[in-house]
Design a protein around this ligand. Structure first.
Ligand SMILES: Nc1ncnc2c1ncn2[C@@H]1O[C@H](COP(=O)(O)OP(=O)(O)OP(=O)(O)O)[C@@H](O)[C@H]1O
Ligand SMILES: [Mg+2]
Length: 266
């Protein structure tokens, strides 16, 4: 069974999807078999990993896997990441698109929040890591992810609303873990993303993150780099993105992958 990490903040736009994708790539580079699970109806992770929904050739996505409410259905969803780099052979995507919104309407069904866990049962045994990219919400989709996950990775910017959003997630889990069947779920860490160097306000807010989350804050901090946004815009690996600062961006995620391995080792 893979190690399942839920990537989340209650605040939108902090870089959850980018951190999921680039950390996943860095883990694959070091030989790990990585599943990227898009659990956001926006489908941003899926698009950035090179996937598009084709109405003429409907594909099974995470939405149908979850709706089925049966063991192992995610096994039919995994699709190769079609990036032209060697390590993409070790990356797999469970894609999502707008259709996933329809699962919210089923939140009241008995046991509905266990459906993602059920769908993954036996369907991620040949992977080392599954990274689950959540919407900026604590409602049903994210609750399913908590019930399925082993750990939670909070992503934040050095900005007050994002920090408060991350703190709300931590409080929500502490409060609801029994109700969510997430008794063993742990907060693995906090990634500070999109950090703008040389700005006093950013420095102050980074200090707040460290004060609130202490040892949970992962090194390194991920800086704001245009190449990150370019790579995601053009749905390519970092190495093939337009722009400068490639080395810093790649090195940042390689070090973050180091931290991931240390923090999630049994
Ligand atoms: N370190 C960074 N440097 C520059 N741009 C970044 C960085 N991290 C993320 N971005 C860009 O910022 C935008 C928002 O990031 P992203 O979509 O990953 O956030 P999110 O938290 O997943 O958003 P949502 O809440 O909508 O799911 C994207 O265009 C992304 O490429
Ligand atoms: Mg996102």
């Amino acid at each position: 069974m893979a190690r399942r990490t839920v990537v989340i903040n209650n605040r939108g736009g902090v870089g959850k999807s980018d951190v999921t994708l680039r950390l996943g790539a860095a883990l694959a580079k070091r030989g790990r078999r990585v599943g990227l699970l898009d659990f956001d109806p926006q489908g941003n992770l899926s698009r950035r990993a090179g996937w598009t929904y084709n109405e003429d050739q409907p594909q099974i996505t995470v939405s149908e896997a979850v709706q089925a409410d049966r063991v192992g259905t995610m096994g039919q969803v995994w699709t190769p990441v079609r990036w032209d780099v060697e390590y993409a052979a070790r990356m797999r995507l469970a894609p999502a698109w707008l259709e996933l919104e329809n699962r919210y309407a089923e939140a009241g069904l008995a046991g509905a929040h266990l459906r993602l866990a059920k769908s993954l049962q036996g369907a991620d045994d040949d992977l080392d890591d599954v990274l689950i990219d959540c919407p900026p919400s604590l409602f049903h989709l994210t609750q399913m992810a908590f019930a399925a996950g082993d750990g939670v990775l909070l992503v934040t910017r050095a900005e007050i609303d994002a920090i408060l959003g991350a703190r709300r997630v931590r409080e929500f889990i502490a409060d609801k873990r029994a109700a969510l069947h997430a008794d063993d779920l742990r907060i693995d860490g906090v990634v500070v993303n999109d950090y703008e160097q040389g700005k006093p306000r950013q420095r102050q807010q980074l200090a707040s993150v460290r004060r609130i989350f202490g040892d949970l804050v992962w090194e390194p901090i991920i800086h704001r780099r245009e190449i990150m946004a370019n790579a995601s815009n053009d749905h390519v690996p970092l190495e093939q993105a337009k722009g400068s600062q490639l080395h810093g961006a790649v090195a940042g995620f390689e070090l973050l992958a180091d931290t991931y391995e240390k923090r999630t080792a049994a």
